[in-house]
Design a binder for this molecule. Structure first.
Ligand code: FE2
Ligand code: FE2
Length: 171
């Protein structure tokens, strides 16, 4: 635990920050697993493009989990020790990809990213001018989640258009 590092927090205590970070930490692991499993089960048109995107996102969410765990430890907290706790702490939940077709998979993923954007946007507001190190980290993660949403939406739109083209040609 970084004593001097913690002493620079202003108007917010480290317990509050670690509690909120543990919730985001649970979200990141669940998002990682959701992307991971989606790459294994996704099917349908342009699935290779989807797999490439989902694989990249899985790696990013795991990187976010690592960043958050390190910050929790720096603040004298303990990252959630058991996967069981991911479910009780998550903000954004977990949606099993029961319909493995590419468009429903992407819709689910976009919803997840939108939730992540709301959560990190709140964390940015909560830590601004109070915990500069966490603020800097959640700002970086927020930028990644915004990029994730955009990438998924662009891919979704491409596939949607492609399907519409095929249908038009069949008429
Ligand atoms: Fe993330
Ligand atoms: Fe993401």
């Amino acid at each position: 635990m970084a004593k001097r590092g913690i002493s620079i927090l202003k108007g917010i205590d480290s317990d509050t920050v670690t509690r909120l970070l543990n919730k985001a930490y649970a979200d990141e692991w669940l998002a990682y697993y959701q992307y991971f499993i989606e790459t294994k089960v996704v099917k349908g048109i342009m699935k290779d493009a989807a797999i490439a995107e989902l694989t990249q996102h899985a790696a990013d969410e795991l990187r976010h989990a690592t960043m958050i765990a390190d910050r929790i430890v720096q603040l004298g907290g303990t990252p959630l020790l058991s996967p069981k706790e991911w479910y009780t702490h998550t903000n954004c939940g977990y949606e099993a990809p029961e319909d493995a077709n590419v468009l429903p998979i992407l819709e689910q993923a976009i919803k997840g990213e939108q939730c992540a954007i709301s959560i990190y946007s709140e964390l940015v507001d909560i830590t601004r001018e109070k915990d500069i190190v966490t603020y800097d980290m959640v700002s970086q993660i927020l930028a990644d989640e915004v990029e994730h949403e955009e990438d998924l939406q662009a891919l979704y739109d491409d596939i949607h258009e492609f399907i519409a083209e095929i249908k038009k040609n069949l008429d």
